[in-house]
Design a protein around this ligand. Sequence first.
Ligand SMILES: [Zn+2]
Length: 103
Amino acid sequence: MTGDGGPEARSATPRRALESALREGWRTALELSRAVGLPEREVAGHLEHLARSLKASGAKLEVTPARCLGCDFEFRERSRPKPPSRCPQCRGERITAPRFCVR
Ligand SMILES: [Zn+2]
């Protein structure tokens, strides 16, 4: 009676680990990937699922958009966890990653 969990059961644990990290405070996708031991690109997928399941429980996944440190331009349209590499306004390359938390 082993190996009967299916893909949903396998992904439940990292998602719960993500949620508890997010309840502690603001995290970037990179910080989350280190906290739960998942590749950064997989964190993005889990965040989407988490946002949906949180809604059902009355909590919310909050997102702070990526921001340019040179001119404060906010990348509001970008919901991807990876920050853009260059600011369209000042061409600066010092851009903060989007941050996530659960409230
Ligand atoms: Zn800028």
